[in-house]
Write a protein that binds this ligand. Sequence first.
Ligand SMILES: [Zn+2]
Length: 330
Amino acid sequence: MAKLYFRYGAMGSSKTANAIMVQYNYHERGQNALMIKPRLDSRDGERIVGSRSGLSAPCVYMEEIDGIDLSVYNCIIVDEAQFLTKAQVARLVDIADNSNIPVICYGLRADFQGNLFEGSTWLMAWADTIEEIKTVCWCGRKATCNARVIDGKVAREGEQIVLGGNESYVALCRRHWARGELAPIEVKKISTGKRAYLSLLLEADPSEAMIDNYLDRSEMYVLAAKGKPVSEAVIGEPEPGVFELYNLATERSERGKGYAKRLLNHLIRMYRPLGKRLRVGTSADMMEFYEKFGFRHVGTRKDFFLNENYDPKLFDDPGLRDMEVLELEW
Ligand SMILES: [Zn+2]
């Protein structure tokens, strides 16, 4: 008796490429393997299976196989098997059992919400052999989840199958799928185009004149989460061996997620071997944030924020006058 196989894997695990290779191997041995896929809608689309790696092969639709003499085939290969109906999986069981033709199905196990597809449900239930085709998340763990990405975000709601939509899919490990993390959090040094981040710089320092004063003679770093810049920091060396953090800000919508903390930790690790101390001038309400890193209050610049570069209306606290100076000794 021939077997029914279900080989499942997440998006990008080369399922279609595998299917095409298996068909090729049959042909090499002088045997016939029929490639089929379920038709997703009533339109008569292309009868082709195509892999991300660029391999493609002609196929017929599952809906058409009753009109085909299957006795000339040594194997049936099904791509996109997650889209099969229960009745179609039953038909494939019948082909394996009663026509004695092995059937190898390739498909996804679960959809973008983690639910089984109809085809994968019945293949999981009835296949003789279930094999996993592995692929990895960006973190290196096995990717088992298929994130639907719309406008750079992991979608949680929507139809199971979207025809002709603008979504894309990314294979993630279960943890990063649950957190919606499509890419690592990374810190980049910005060498050119620092002013592209002006709106973020102004969040921490509302004076463009003051920013101009230190931006070009300082180093700038941007922390990107899921590929999107969310925090920036500007650090300079006003005296040899003394670094000063001139600016540290996070996009308003991204606050409270620890991004500024991660960025500052990154800078401390990076600059500690290069100098004696790190200084920061800030408002009193930010002192606690810095003290957690080991900064100590070393002085107050009286009326600093009353200078001609600052418009008090631009501060979160319009009564802000004094700059508190803190230092982290290395
Ligand atoms: Zn991961």
